[in-house]
Design a protein around this ligand. Structure first.
Ligand SMILES: N[C@@H](CCC(=O)N[C@@H](CS)C(=O)NCC(=O)O)C(=O)O
Length: 200
């Protein structure tokens, strides 16, 4: 049984869990829960002390989420997460970078709001939200070519937009991005998405 250091609200963890579902591996992964960050266990296995980190049966720890998805791509069966064809792989990795950037900026802006009131820097929050807005604009422009593909880029888009809904719902991203909204509505019905919704 593999062990995943996780947090139920992390979009990077969700990316990994969606991949695990799609590859038919979810029941081979035991979740540790967020307490391994608090109790110091995570830092013994991952010097960066971030979730997700996947610990294999031989004790090897894998991080970060991209590396874990790449590893899962070699196990189980189901849609290939990272295509081997050069052009397709480059597009999928670039689009993953866009979605991952939404997650990074989203997490950074949420962290900023958790500072003591007098230390919250609104400019920093707005700078992160600007990144998210531009990345969502970019995805709106290319979502036609994503179609119904299930790969690293679409699972990351699903996890990223799910996180925006979860933590930054006031951004109202659907209003000006009708194609992306329609894509997300369909993608969010996949069992891998339904089974990994962050707790309300
Ligand atoms: N690039 C990493 C990002 C992971 C990440 O930022 N995880 C956050 C939770 S959403 C975390 O563990 N933060 C704790 C910390 O930075 O100390 C990945 O893709 O796995």
């Amino acid at each position: 049984m593999m062990k995943l250091h996780d947090s139920p609200t992390s979009p990077f963890v969700r990316k990994v869990l969606i991949a695990a579902h799609e590859r038919g591996l979810a029941d081979q992964i035991e979740l540790t829960g967020p307490e391994t960050m608090a109790n110091g266990e995570l830092r013994k296995e991952s010097p960066l002390e971030k979730v997700p980190a996947l610990v294999l049966d031989d004790g090897t720890a894998l991080y970060d989420s991209l590396v874990i998805v790449s590893y899962l791509d070699g196990l189980g069966s189901g849609p290939q997460m990272i295509p081997s064809d050069q052009d397709a792989r480059t597009t999928v990795l670039r689009r993953h970078a866009l979605a991952d950037g939404i997650m990074e900026a989203g997490v950074a802006s949420v962290m900023e709001t958790r500072r003591p009131d007098d230390k919250i820097w609104t400019d920093a929050i707005n700078r992160q939200r600007g990144k998210i807005e531009r990345a969502i604009d970019a995805l709106e422009g290319e979502v036609d070519t994503v179609g119904d593909a299930v790969d690293l880029s679409s699972i990351s888009m699903g996890a990223a937009l799910g996180y925006v809904d979860f933590r930054l719902g006031d951004m109202g991203w659907r209003d000006n991005h009708p194609k992306l909204a329609a894509w997300y509505e369909a993608f969010a019905k996949r069992p891998s998405m339904v089974g990994t919704v962050p707790p309300g």
